[in-house]
Ligand binder design. Sequence first.
Ligand code: PEP
Ligand code: MG
Length: 843
Amino acid sequence: MTATQPLELLAPLSGVLLALDKVPDPVFSSRLIGDGLCIDPTSQTLCAPLAGVISDIQDTGHAVSITADNGVQVLLHIGLDTVNLAGKGFSRLVGEGQRVEAGQPLIEFDADYVALNARSLLTLMLVVSGEPFALLASDSGPVTLGQPLVRLSPGETAETEDEEEGDALFSKPLTLPNANGLHARPAAVFAQAAKGFDASIYLHKQTQSANAKSLVAIMALQTVQGDTLQVSAAGEDAAAAIKALVALLAEGCGESVAAPVEGVEPRVSLASTSLLRGVCASPGSAFGQVVQVAEPALSIPETGGGEALERAALDRGLHAATEALQSLQAKAVGSAQAQIFRAHQELLEDPTLLEQAHDLLAVGKSAAFAWNSATLATAQLFQGLGNALLAERAADLADVGQRVLKLILGIHDRAWELPERAILIAEQLTPSQTASLDTHKVLGFVTVGGGATSHVAILARALGLPAICGVPPQVLTLADGRQVLLDADKGELHLDPDLAEIEQLQATHREQIARRQRDVAQARLAAITRDGHHVEVTANVASLQEVEQSLSLGGEGVGLLRSEFLYLDRHRAPSPEEQAGTYNAIARALGPERNLVVRTLDVGGDKPLAYVPMDAETNPFLGLRGIRLCLERPELLREQFRAILASAGLTRLHIMLPMVSLLSELRLARTMLEEEALALGLTELPKLGIMIEVPSAALMADVFAPHVDFFSIGTNDLTQYTLAMDRDHPRLASQADSFHPAVLRLIATTVKAAHAHGKWVGVCGALASEALAVPVLIGLGVDELSVSVPLIPTIKATVRELDLADCQIIAHQVLGLEEAAQVREALRLYHAATVETSPVVEH
Ligand code: PEP
Ligand code: MG
């Protein structure tokens, strides 16, 4: 393209000019984005400085780019750090792709609001296409809207469309960490880095691609935090470009993206830090060497060799992947891992995914390209739904997607050659990667992504390995072989551990193993405090297998059967007979003397169920969750009641309703249960209780108590709703703490109300599985602790080491503290003074 006509740019605003060098922001003043000028505005409508097409207008309305017919591209950016205003104070008057005339209004803004709420109102006009530039006015002083301000002298500018040549290399998908996506500043840093390579480079988001050397193209992708991106490159230095740009994206392209778990720490560079923090995904500790787990870049040809041929290649890949997954299921460590691979197999059969891939084959794309695009787009969709469990599904999809992709491309995974004492570090460790690990050589996992409920966490717990997740991306730059200390209990990775720390940790580790062996050996003993108070310790389960395991570990019944998990990975609803069969088998395993508390479907929020389709909700945790959803779809609940009631008489049957916040919900559900029981000819109803996991239910426990047989406190949800902190939010993980006195006070209120009406109270949230919390829960009067299966022996042993009278005193004390950290500290001191001085009985 030629662009030889001189071109004048008009002032987009009235105001006072400021030389670019004086702008207090290095990305602009260093001309990283392009040369231009700055106006301190006195008007409030940004107008087009030239005619052209809107090549990008940010959703937040703070920046807009125009491309003229001759290729000149101008970026207008209102204010500094205004991306943080998330659109407040800006109204867009034009849309992307729209042609505009010079002087046409583009964006209106509220100057007062922006000036008060952003770092600065200084507005930039930058020529990002790089044409030589002459100012027609002095570089300081007043300007008037529409006044000619700049003359561009475009010379012969060759067409610089950067077509990818030959087969491109693709990076593995990565998650964008920047809080505000790739807005002007990080996009400029990224584009600048890309320009340092000869290769043609593209940044991909779902089906959109942007030339990575073009700031505007990157901004036009409108990325947001959590987007799945891929970098592709073609040319001699493609591999180096991908490596560098992926690392840059992981680090935040010059923005702070660390997730300081304590909430207040500024980002620290690896050079100056000796500690990285994350969240405990699986407890324990290890001292070992760093092994970075990076997927090799894959070369994906875009164009296929004919639809029939490519379709056959895709089918072969899918078939081979299914076979591989079946054999992985057979070799899986425990049911959790097997379930994950079964879920992967289901994903391979997903009709929407296959349809997307076939559509791309039909327009001439290669099998690898079609499959990769379809999985990326679907993973992105999952991630964008604002649902933690679905976001983790996105990681599964990426995993199974890569498996098929490699099979199509003929790349064979070989088992890793791991060094001894490996601490694996990865952006996200996929189930497939963990399945092919030599677990004798691995001591622990550290991941940037994932949450405490992610599959990596599940697998780490199944393997008994310590793991932390949500660690800042700098961890990916640690050198292989570096000796590090992983203290998963505290969520810490020590980069320069000293000998004393290592010895201390190893001693603690040995003690923990000795305690565990002792606790398991004594698991059958009842949980009775030293002063004779019995506390029932039951299990939280999601399968028959877990019920059986709980009994072998001394579990006294089931305090929470999460019924939605029985069929989590199914696309079709189980038949009524199948449901009844499952409850029946569990009831028989427990026998007539033990409690079985079946929680009715708790779908929605963090727990989608594939066969219960739901509308997307802006705020799913506050939406149609649990009992609310069931009351909207009464047939679902009635069918479940019938299936549960089929086990009446086999065990001490209890039915529990989740997410109850209103008395009317309990009343409606009770009426349905009574009707179903009557229809089945039952003379006696099973016990009916509710979960206390919403503050309204806890505060009104005295009103609910006469209408229930029992309460069970769900501290996971109770914490998130009390503190208004998403239970899966990686940055809030350390603050969304169930030890917070606010949560403990609600537990106290609930117990008091229940006991006043002669009803028992359990705690089935994760707080009950924390040995540190046991004294306070017992002291507050909780009657039953329903805990995660492997922890049954520990919790029972802890109860046996306590005195009820002491627990009541400490419980009373901690209710008066100010924050969770103080509660934890007080309990730690109490624990050290009591439990740890108890003699360890060797067996
Ligand atoms: C809870 O919220 O504490 C609970 C036990 O239920 P879930 O974790 O299944 O939501
Ligand atoms: Mg809950």
